[in-house]
Write a protein that binds this ligand. Structure first.
Ligand code: ADP
Ligand code: MG
Ligand code: MG
Length: 898
């Protein structure tokens, strides 16, 4: 088995095997960019290591060979006493997990080679600085020693020497610090810091493998839906040094602004620094413009590399680079993460620049990103108290109570409070707090700092580098001039402008929503002349969404129960109603009428109640059909168990008993006394599997009759009014074709009667909801009667798995995801293997009986991107989702088709 690949052997398509970092390092090497040489240990090796908990023996051999090749190509030996080769040992999984896993730099330094490095570089300060960094990182990552012990010792040393920055510490101090660090290692781990370079290397490789399974890495993966079994690759890279003085440095850059998508160079540069210094916000960074001033030659080279990479990947790239004594080295690149707005703008820009096609643009954006853009923003006209301005790191408008610790953020969020996490800078340990917060605010670091990168990834509003803020985490305050914000005080942050406000600020709808509702011209005309950013965004959404509409095969319908919902659905692009629930029409004042139906002791009494309901239902349907004129409206006959319309059994029993005891009288007491036996009679142990859906229609004579008559009369009324109504009758919870026959016969009779009464032609199809396994498995028979199928995937999921949604979410969803039974709730994303299989069977069988049968899905899954791709693949005609999800569904249906 080949476990080790030199950079020259890999390429960007090998991300599964080499991880993203390794694959892209190989790609850059092949492009001829200045990448320090190195090799990648595969994710396969990591998976083997995780199973056996030791490094595979062939791996040791292959590492030796790769290391020898590396040493030979450079003419230096790992950890040699004279001009030593040093390496970094870097994690790199298939999907980037910023800041989640470990990297060890300067591997190969020991008491002897540090002298060799000092002599060769002619810089003792640099050599000792590198050595202390190795011990610090190695101790933390490999030996699991608390990192604070080292940073505290470093701070103490700076204080003792009276310097502010670590770069000002002289060589002697750093040498002394190395001794202190070694003492800490010995005291904490009971062993000496390993001096053997190869031992350092092997231990570091194992530590990187182990970092795949830290709590924070697992938490991150669960959130991002990344599988736990992928494993990480390990990259061993010859060290280059950004800490060799003022003509050296390290930086991070983007080929376009990852927050807004604007064209240009964006990045941070830190002279005389190594590795994580830039993202850690240890010192304030320089802009790329400053870097250009500082070192024109290196900057120009970087610029060229950026252009090269962007043309090669045809997308926004982010890059890590280091300058060693004026020489540029590329240390990492990848197609960069970006905000939702930037994703749309960049995709559309690249189309305009003829770099990608519209189909590709569609692949570059997601429904979730569009969804984010539909969130409100701060009202530009509202009054506000500006506290400070930082950098816009991740957009959105967040209002919440200021908190200063990750743990507080989590506690308060659990109590239902909106919190904004305020930190000098964040580090990987803050992940839990960041997830719990509606916004993140820091006073240090740039657009590429930990807070910015992680918040962008999560879609959490974030402002970084608000330097005017003095954050005191101990005192739990943030001070700006003479203003003091205490823990719990409300603040507001604007992740699109970087502004921080004291107190709450009202929010307004997003311009994308204006566009969806009013069209492009109106939305653009409402924008300020100079607001090009928003203009570009609205145009980009328009272009890409229009392309999705042209490309998609799936229709997008809405679940809508009222004329208002129907209207909204239509403006947002809904092409019909896939689920109109009628049970809502029996609530409120009408509840009493349904009580009469249930309590009726004679047919006449019951009929009287139906007669009273008929005009009400008819008017409901007329309103909806009017809004959806010309488009299909699928009306589901009543579905829930009837006792949902009655008082709760326990409550009513107590009420009746109390009234009796107190000798109370009156109409309410009489009514309750009448109701109680009915409620008792209707009580069910398992209502989800009880008397509901089509069973009600068959057992309670007249109930479906009423509803179907109301539908027929509404259709007739709309036809007479000159409309083009397309009502469809949908039968819920059928398991047997006999149930459908019974309903269908009744429907035919009613439609004929109403057509005759009204003198119009009524063409109203009757179809079945497929939401029980038996219905799916006998779909060929169901299709004898049903003119359409609509998959009710909520119930189909419940009945296929045999658990109810309400119970699974509260009681065992968490342990089930933790133990890997689900990776995602089957109620959120359709379970392809089980529920999906039933759907496929039903489609095939249904079509065998009725080739032109119309097939759709209603239920939560209709608005879920993953599920939409599945429904496209299996060839449904449409998905139906909540009106708010329609744009997402349109986009995803388009993405599924390209
Ligand atoms: P992450 O995935 O967290 O970004 P990296 O493996 O990229 O971790 O490394 C952490 C830091 O160390 C980065 O800033 C990177 O540029 C720097 N670094 C990694 N390898 C080398 C090397 N061989 N020479 C110099 N700097 C390096
Ligand atoms: Mg990196
Ligand atoms: Mg159902």
């Amino acid at each position: 088995e080949k476990y080790v690949y030199d950079f020259s052997e890999g390429n960007r398509d090998l991300k599964d095997l080499l991880g993203g970092k390794g694959a892209n390092l190989a790609e850059m090497t092949n492009l001829g960019l200045p990448v320090p040489p190195g090799f990648t240990i595969t994710t396969d090796a990591c998976r083997t290591y995780m199973q056996t908990t030791k490094l595979p023996p062939e791996l040791r051999v292959q590492v030796t060979m790769a290391l020898r090749r590396l040493e030979d190509s450079l003419g230096r030996l790992l950890g040699d006493t004279n001009d030593p080769l040093l390496v970094s040992v870097r994690s790199g999984a298939k999907f980037s997990m910023p800041g989640m896993m470990e990297t060890v730099l300067n591997v190969g330094l020991n008491d002897a080679s540090v002298e060799g490095l000092a002599t060769f570089a002619g810089d003792a300060r640099f050599a000792w600085d590198s050595y202390r960094r190795l011990i610090q990182m190695f101790a933390k990552t490999v030996l699991g020693i608390d990192g604070d012990l080292f940073s505290n010792a470093l701070d103490a040393k700076k204080k003792a020497s009276g310097v502010m920055a670590d770069t000002e510490l002289p060589a002697e101090d750093l040498r002394a610090l190395v001794d202190e660090f070694k003492a800490i290692v010995k005291a904490e781990s009971g062993r000496d810091f390993p001096q053997q370079p190869r031992e350092q290397l092997d231990l570091a490789i194992e530590a990187v493998f182990n970092s795949w399974n830290t709590d924070r890495a697992r938490l991150y993966r669960r959130r991002e839906r990344i599988s736990d079994d992928l494993g990480t690759a390990v990259n061993v890279v010859a060290m280059v040094f950004g800490n060799l003085g003022e003509d050296s440095g390290t930086g991070v850059c983007f080929t376009r602004d990852p927050a807004t998508g604007m064209v240009g160079d964006y990045g941070d540069y830190l002279p005389n620094a190594q590795g994580e210094d830039v993202v850690a916000g240890i010192r304030n960074t320089l802009s790329l413009a400053d870097f250009e001033q500082l070192d024109k030659k290196a900057f120009d080279e970087l610029r060229q590399a950026m252009r090269r990479l962007e043309s090669h990947y045809r997308d926004l790239c982010d890059i890590e680079f280091t300058v060693e004594r004026g020489k540029l080295w590329m240390l990492q690149t990848r197609v960069g993460k970006r905000t939702a707005a930037a994703a749309f703008r960049i995709a559309n820009q690249l189309v305009d620049e003829h770099i990608i096609t519209l189909d590709e643009a569609l692949e570059r954006v997601t429904g979730e990103q569009l969804n984010k853009l539909m969130f409100p923003q701060f009202d530009p006209k509202a009054k506000r108290k500006l506290l400070a301005t930082g950098m816009a790191a991740s957009p959105g408008a967040a209002v919440g109570a200021a908190v200063f610790a990750s743990s507080t953020a989590q506690e308060w969020a659990e109590q239902g409070k909106d919190v904004i996490l305020v930190r000098r800078e964040t580090n990987p340990d803050d992940l839990g707090g960041m997830i719990a917060s509606v916004g993140v605010l820091t006073c240090r670091g740039g657009k590429t700092s930990h807070a910015a990168v992680v918040a962008r990834g999560m879609g959490t509003t974030c402002v970084v580098g608000a330097e005017a803020l003095l954050v005191d985490a101990e005192a739990r305050t943030v001070t700006v001039g003479d203003r003091v914000v205490k823990e719990g005080d409300i603040i507001a942050i604007d992740g699109s402008t970087g502004e921080v406000f004291l107190g709450s600020v009202p929010v307004t709808p997003s311009p994308v929503v204006r566009y969806l509702e009013e069209g492009l011209d109106v939305a653009l005309s409402e924008l300020a002349e100079d607001d090009e950013n928003t203009r570009d965004l609205v145009v980009a959404v328009h272009e890409i969404l229009s392309h999705a509409d042209a490309a998609r095969r799936l229709g997008v319908y809405a679940n809508a129960d009222t004329p208002d919902d129907a209207k909204r659905a239509r403006t947002w692009g809904g092409e019909g109603i896939g689920l109109c629930r009628t049970e809502h029409m029996f609530l409120g004042e009408r509840r009493e009428l349904i009580e009469h139906v249930i309590l009726a002791t004679t047919d006449d009494e019951r009929q009287a109640a139906f007669d009273a309901l008929l005009p009400l239902q008819r008017e409901d349907f007329i309103g909806i059909l009017e809004q959806m004129d010309g488009l299909p409206v699928t009306i589901r006959l009543i579905d829930p168990p009837l006792h949902e319309f009655l008082p709760d059994l326990t409550e009513l029993s107590v009420k009746v008993a109390l009234a009796k005891e107190r000798g109370e009288t009156g109409p309410e007491v009489d009514r309750d006394a009448l109701l109680l036996p009915a409620v008792v009679r209707m009580h069910e142990a398992n209502p989800m599997l009880g008397l509901r859906g089509v069973r009600l229609g068959i057992v309670i004579p007249g109930l479906f009759t009423l509803q179907m008559r109301a539908i027929a009369e509404a259709q007739a009324a709309r036809i007479k009014a000159g409309g083009k109504p397309h009502a469809e009758i949908m039968v819920p919870l059928a398991a047997s074709v006999m149930e459908l026959h019974l309903v269908k016969d009744e429907a035919d009779a009613i439609l004929a009667t109403v057509a005759a009464e009204q003198g119009v032609e009524l063409d109203i199809p009757v179809g079945a909801m497929i939401e029980l396994p038996r219905a799916a498995l006998t779909a060929d028979r169901m299709a004898d009667v049903a003119e359409f199928f609509s998959f009710g995937t909520n119930d189909l999921t419940q009945t296929t798995w045999g658990f109810s949604r309400d119970d699974v979410e509260g009681a065992f969803f968490n342990p089930y995801t933790e133990k890997g039974v689900f990776s995602v709730s089957p109620f959120e994303s359709v379970d392809r293997l089980g529920v999906g299989r039933l759907i496929k069977i039903a489609i095939e069988e249904g079509r065998s009986t009725r080739p032109d049968i119309k097939l759709g899905v209603c239920g939560e899954h209709g608005g879920d991107p993953e599920s939409i791709h599945f429904f496209h693949e299996v060839g449904l005609n449409y998905v139906s989702c909540s009106p708010f999800r329609i744009p997402v569904a349109r986009l995803e249906a388009g993405r599924a088709a390209v």
